[in-house]
Design a protein around this ligand. Structure first.
Ligand SMILES: Cc1cc2nc3c(=O)[nH]c(=O)nc-3n(C[C@H](O)[C@H](O)[C@H](O)COP(=O)(O)O)c2cc1C
Ligand SMILES: [Mn+2]
Length: 453
């Protein structure tokens, strides 16, 4: 089997595994493309390549790829492991002791095949979709931002939504507490800009690493996932180590004083965000492979949550709940719960144990506000099965506890402006001492390939 080392080898893997949909029909960059990708994510969990995206002038020869990592099946393909091993693999990769740092390559990276600088720069060259119906315009959402700590010189990966504001300018969203903001402020003090490179169309190990909070260069997470250093090469106009196997690289800098309005954009909690006064990104080079593949993440939808909230946090939550109970058999932060919900599976040995593990999950991450604890005969990857447990194993006068006035995420739609909200722990495990129903009906799920071919 071909190793996954870039976007193209990952696309091959998806295709081999029947997880790729190819769309030849013309698809409008404004709304239609995101609608189709969002439908595929929800209905079949498929990744997708649009071979003929188009704007009003019908001029884009570039393909667009979406839905790289939208569910456990594609996450396992991206991580090159089994679905049951996703949390272990992420746990390994996020452990600083397992870091595999990037290494410089002498070889000219593929993205240097085409280099546009100076007066020729025009962002209209790139097919950037307008995703949500109420988004403020075209945004780059699936690009991973590569920066460098101006003091230590270490690299950093992050996601920063980038709205096209002109031929050479993006609005660049960055929250106050991010590493990029830290670097930007150091440069601001000196009256200098912060150099930035954005990589688009990449090995999903890098996409996954970009969503993690880590105290060092997140490219070391991607290296740990692949068991091999990510090859990097200096930029054309920026002094940054840029992954060599990217389809597209956009280089530039955030000037120290300028801010402009950008937004709104579909947010991870399922509503639109607000207009934001953000730094701007002045582009100094656009580089791309021949026949480049542009990659996007549908904002406010499954992949956004999967990369930002699910994969980087499941290992932490699992560690916390296992610390209070060795009887935990599984854990999942479902993408449809926006990173606010956690499902814990347990073979309880004591009726009080489900509440203890729910409390542990709350303390593992501030965003978690609703924890449902189920038995090991309930599939935590199947929302219908979890709803069955809620319906048939919960007495709603007895089996939950509330934590009012706790801290959550300030964008949680149920929280006040400071993020103060109420957390809930639900014990949806079977209580045979109340009424014994014996064994649950179970039809073992079969591999249908054996019957349908
Ligand atoms: C698809 C996606 C889009 C994101 N967009 C933004 C954004 O616009 N602004 C921001 O500050 N964080 C955004 N984030 C979150 C951060 O990029 C992410 O948490 C990252 O770990 C921050 O990097 P840092 O830990 O090096 O500061 C986004 C995350 C994802 C997965
Ligand atoms: Mn970081």
């Amino acid at each position: 089997m071909e190793k996954i080392s870039d976007l193209r080898s990952y696309i091959n893997r998806l295709r081999e595994q029947g997880r790729l949909t190819t769309i030849e029909k013309k698809v409008d960059l404004v709304h239609e493309l995101a609608n189709v990708a969002a439908t595929l994510a929800r209905q079949s969990g498929q990744a997708v390549i649009f071979e003929n995206p188009m704007d009003k002038t019908d001029k884009y020869p570039w393909h667009i790829f979406a839905n790289a990592v939208v569910n456990p099946v594609t996450a396992a393909l991206a991580l090159n492991c089994e679905v049951d091993d996703i949390i272990d693999k992420m746990s390994f990769a996020l452990e600083p002791a397992n870091a595999v740092f990037p290494k410089q390559t002498e070889n000219k990276p593929a993205w240097m095949e085409n280099i546009i600088t100076g007066d020729d720069i025009d962002l209209n060259l790139i097919p950037i979709p307008t995703h949500g119906l109420h988004d403020g315009g075209p945004f780059i959402t699936g690009g991973v931002v590569v920066t460098k700590d101006p003091i230590s010189g270490r690299g950093n990966l992050s996601y920063n939504r980038m709205q096209v504001l002109g031929k050479t300018t993006f609005g660049f969203n960055v929250n106050e507490w991010r590493h990029v903001m830290q670097f930007y402020k150091i440069q601001q003090e000196k009256g200098e800009g912060l150099q930035v490179a954005v990589v688009i169309g990449i090995d999903p190990a890098i996409s996954i690493a970009g969503g993690a909070r880590y105290d060092n260069d997140e490219l070391a997470i991607a290296g740990a996932i692949r068991g091999e250093a990510v090859p990097v090469h200096k930029g054309v106009t920026v002094d940054i180590d840029i992954p060599a196997h990217a389809e597209i690289v956009i280089e530039g800098y955030l000037p120290p004083q300028i801010r402009k309005k950008e937004g709104p954009l579909a947010e991870f909690h399922g509503y639109y965000g607000e207009l934001w006064e953000s730094p701007v990104f002045e582009v100094t080079a656009i580089c791309y492979r021949n026949q480049p593949i542009f990659q996007t993440i549908v904002p406010g939808w499954d992949e956004h949550i999967y990369i930002g909230n699910v994969l980087p946090r499941e290992p932490l939550l699992l560690r916390f709940v296992k610390h209070v109970s060795q009887n935990v058999t599984g854990l999942h932060i479902p993408p449809y719960g926006n990173g606010f919900s956690a499902l814990v599976q347990i073979d309880k040995s004591n009726p009080g144990e489900p509440y203890n593990v729910a409390m542990a999950a709350f303390t593992a991450h501030v965003n978690i506000k609703q924890v449902i604890v189920v038995d090991s005969d309930v599939n935590i990857h199947d929302p219908a099965d979890v709803l069955w447990a809620l319906t048939n194993r919960v007495d709603w006068s007895k089996d939950f506890f509330l934590v009012p006035g706790a801290q959550g995420h300030e964008m949680d739609p149920t929280a006040d402006m400071r993020g103060v909200h109420t957390k809930i722990g639900i014990d949806a495990t079977y209580k045979p001492e109340r009424r014994n129903y014996g064994e649950r009906i179970r039809y073992p799920m079969m591999d249908l390939k054996k019957y349908l071919s």
